[in-house]
Design a protein around this ligand. Structure first.
Ligand code: COA
Length: 332
């Protein structure tokens, strides 16, 4: 019997309507368009500012889109994995809520929290349930409503993040398409440089934690930048080497959209020309768990059956990794 791989057979995505531009941010904090564009490559981000709407509502849009595209019902989903750090509630998981809202009555579901690497962690996890033959249809989502945990008085962080994401359907394939290889890493000592101080069991919410603005993202940008560049480039080149892929055999690099300079550095180490490096950071900023499925959704029409995609990421934890994916269909 030939080996079963987990192929992506449909994709959905979603970003909220509201745009937060660099010009808007200039009115909120001491910054300017030239600084933001030259340091990060970001021009605008999307913000989910509708009362009563949360991360699950964005994921529901994407899951419904992929079900429509594939022509299947929600009751056919065996497992739904949600990569997020901004679930609707502390518990239950956001995945449970998404399943309820889309009507995935036969699925079990759980969240994966690995910050910006969440989608790759979830993709590799979902792929294993397909490869073992245990499941036939696994949905992997990556979404964050970062605006819920961003301090819009802190110019170090508020310029970077946005809301949105995407979802993919994994199905068994016996011709070698789908997830071919994955390298995933974590180093929890990096928590010092990128975290949310309060709200967890270490520091439950109190009036003091709220007054001290500790329920927002804290980041030491320079240190994170240094680790992100080296580690993302390392795993991306490593996955090429161990799969004997030269730059000419890589169709596209899909790198976590955190900072254009980090992506450019990774592409340079992989010897990839700019036309193979996909970017939408200028339109959406960093949507954390959302960037990679959102990028895949945005550029889906470019992909041909057999294209070799390298996915790469780095995020809070620290967490990082790379996945080699063989695209399974000609996109229309
Ligand atoms: N607008 C204008 N000036 C700003 C600013 C802003 N939004 N934010 C910071 N500055 C200032 C700083 O105060 C500093 O001024 P000083 O030299 O007078 O002290 C100067 O600009 C340089 O700040 P610095 O933090 O050293 O800038 P940087 O070149 O490292 O860029 C980031 C900052 C955040 C864009 C960059 O470090 C980065 O992208 N880091 C990685 C972030 C990331 O990827 N996070 C997600 C994890 S996956």
């Amino acid at each position: 019997m030939s080996k079963i791989t987990a192929a992506i057979t449909a994709i959905g995505g979603y970003v909220p309507e509201k745009r937060l531009t660099n010009a808007d941010l200039e009115k909120m904090v001491d910054t300017n368009d030239e600084w933001i564009t030259s340091r990060t490559g970001i021009k605008e981000r999307r913000i989910l500012d509708i009362p009563g709407k949360a991360t699950s509502d964005m994921a529901v849009e994407a899951v419904n889109e992929l079900l429509r595209k594939r022509g299947i019902g929600a009751d056919e989903i065996d497992l739904l994995i949600m990569a997020t750090i901004t679930g609707d509630l502390v518990f239950p998981s956001c995945a449970n809520i998404v399943c309820d809202k889309v009507g995935a009555k036969n699925a079990w579901s759980f969240d994966v929290a690995a910050a910006c690497s969440g989608f790759l962690y979830a993709l590799e996890t979902g792929a294993k349930f397909i490869e073992t033959g245990k499941h036939k249809k696994v949905v992997v989502c990556g979404f964050d409503k970062m605006s819920a945990i961003i301090d819009y008085t802190d110019r170090n962080t508020c310029i970077i993040f946005g809301d949105g994401g995407g979802a993919v359907l994994l199905e068994p394939n016996e011709e070698g398409y789908g997830v071919v290889d994955a390298i995933l890493k974590s180093d929890g000592s990096g928590r010092e440089y990128l975290h949310q101080k309060a709200g967890g069991s270490l520091k439950p919410p109190t009036h003091e934690t709220i007054d001290a603005r500790e329920h927002y993202v804290y980041q030491e940008g320079k240190t994170v930048f240094k680790f992100a560049t080296t580690n993302m480039a390392d795993v991306s080149t490593q996955i090429m080497e161990r799969n004997h892929l030269g730059a000419d055999q890589v169709s596209y690099l899909l790198a976590h959209q955190a900072n254009k300079r980090i992506i450019d550095y990774t592409a340079e180490k992989m010897h990839l020309p700019s036309e193979k490096v996909l970017m939408n950071i200028e339109r959406y900023g960093n949507t954390t768990s959302g960037t990679l499925p959102l990028l895949m959704w945005d550029f889906e029409k470019l992909f041909k059956k057999g294209d070799n995609l390298i996915l790469a990421t780095f995020g809070g934890g620290f967490t990082w990794g790379s996945i080699y994916l063989k695209w399974a269909y000609d996109s229309k």
